[in-house]
Write a protein that binds this ligand. Structure first.
Ligand SMILES: Cc1cc2nc3c(=O)[nH]c(=O)nc-3n(C[C@H](O)[C@H](O)[C@H](O)COP(=O)(O)OP(=O)(O)OC[C@H]3O[C@@H](n4cnc5c(N)ncnc54)[C@H](O)[C@@H]3O)c2cc1C
Length: 345
């Protein structure tokens, strides 16, 4: 189902807001066409957002492949406006808000099927939820929304302005981004592998205590898809293994390249389904090995038909983005460099 939404932000700071949004898109590597002062156009995999200055603010035009994706793009705009100045959100108006009182269209309530140990490094969550087809089609990731333990969950609702109202205080949900390791819309089941890294974070703790049939919220799918090129270089720390394994499982027979997996102790890295044409390097942080050093001695493939996919801690991702596009001479289209977690949050 195609979705088209129009809206308007009433403000006298249109120029500053558009400037901020362009900068943000650039820092996240989102394709943005900057035709200011006429308009800016942001192209996501799931749809497009056009923002144009008008007499009393900014006009907003969103096109997406589904109501759920359209809603996610609405939320993107609202979040950016809020980040710029929370008071401005009241000036955001959508032409239609048919969903008031409902769950947001990109939100599903699922149930835990099981949580098991997956090797030494991961907890494997299998969950069941309705209508998982978009999660098999529109994005590699989702956000889990975890209710407070031992409280009846309170889920988000759409308000009369078309925005998601999240439960707060003791009902607040813990939200964290994960990769869809596997999904089967026919059985309604999805698999997530969560890295344990000592096991003390909020998601790790929630999973540790989870029992079959516990309720769990799913937001998404959101962003990212399988990289396409004949020569792939895939590099990541433990949090990126699920995405790398999924990319490898989906790689066509004509694709080859190098996979670099980094863990504290490389002996604990799970077995990898390695298609023909790929070489694997397991790197141990405890021995001083790193993705960065590994990549410096890796052939990244021929210009024009290569792609380097990198995900790790934020500071490392930022430095790697600069290195690949600087010293190594790769174009933006030939790289996907993502911060998967932050050592400073
Ligand atoms: C697009 C995307 C996809 C992701 N996919 C996955 C995935 O499939 N599996 C997965 O495990 N993570 C994944 N991550 C990373 C995950 O979102 C973060 O680790 C996040 O912090 C987990 O939420 P949490 O803090 O509730 O989790 P918890 O795991 O309970 O706690 C995480 C805590 O540990 C820290 N931490 C995270 N990774 C490490 C590490 N390697 N070494 C030391 N400390 C660490 C975090 O800063 C945080 O404080 C993904 C991130 C993104 C952006």
């Amino acid at each position: 189902m195609q979705s088209h939404t129009e809206g308007q932000l009433v403000t006298d700071r249109a120029g500053d807001i558009l400037h901020e949004i362009v900068s943000l898109c650039q820092s996240y590597d989102l394709p943005v066409v900057d035709d200011r002062p006429a308009r800016i156009k942001i192209s996501y995999g799931i749809g497009t957002i056009q923002l144009a200055p008008v007499a009393n603010g900014i006009s907003i035009d969103i096109g997406a492949g589904s109501e759920s994706n359209g809603f996610m793009l609405r939320e993107f705009v609202a979040t950016q406006v809020e980040a710029f100045d929370a008071a401005l959100v009241d000036g955001l108006h959508w032409a239609d808000t048919p969903l008031a009182g409902n769950l947001p269209p990109n939100f599903r309530v699922g149930q835990v099927v099981s949580v098991t140990e997956e090797g030494a490094l991961f907890q494997r969550l299998v969950l069941r939820a309705p209508d998982l087809a978009p999660f098999a089609r529109d994005g590699l990731h989702l956000r889990l929304a975890l209710p407070q333990p031992s409280r009846a969950p309170v889920w988000p609702r759409v308000d009369d302005k078309g925005r998601t109202r999240w439960p707060a205080d003791e009902d607040a949900l813990h939200v964290a981004v994960y990769t869809i390791r596997d999904v089967n819309p026919a059985t309604g089941e999805m698999v997530i592998d969560a890295f344990r890294h000592g096991g003390s974070g909020p998601t790790c703790t929630w999973l540790h205590h989870a029992r079959p049939r516990d309720p769990i919220g799913l937001i998404g799918p959101g962003g990212g898809w399988l990289p396409e090129a004949r020569h792939l270089t895939l590099a990541g720390d433990e949090t990126a293994f699920p995405a790398i394994f999924r990319i490898l499982e989906s790689a066509s027979a004509a694709t080859g390249g190098t996979v670099l997996l980094e863990a504290e102790d490389a002996a604990l890295i799970p077995d990898v389904h390695l298609p023909q044409g790929f070489a694997l390097r397991r790197l141990s942080r405890e021995k001083g090995e790193s993705l960065e050093a590994g990549l410096r001695s890796t052939d990244l493939g021929p210009e024009g038909d290569r792609h380097v996919w990198f995900a790790a801690e934020k500071t490392r991702a930022t430095a790697m983005r600069g290195e690949l596009r600087g010293e190594r001479g790769l174009s933006k289209d030939e790289t996907h460099v993502a911060a998967y977690w932050s050592a400073f949050s």
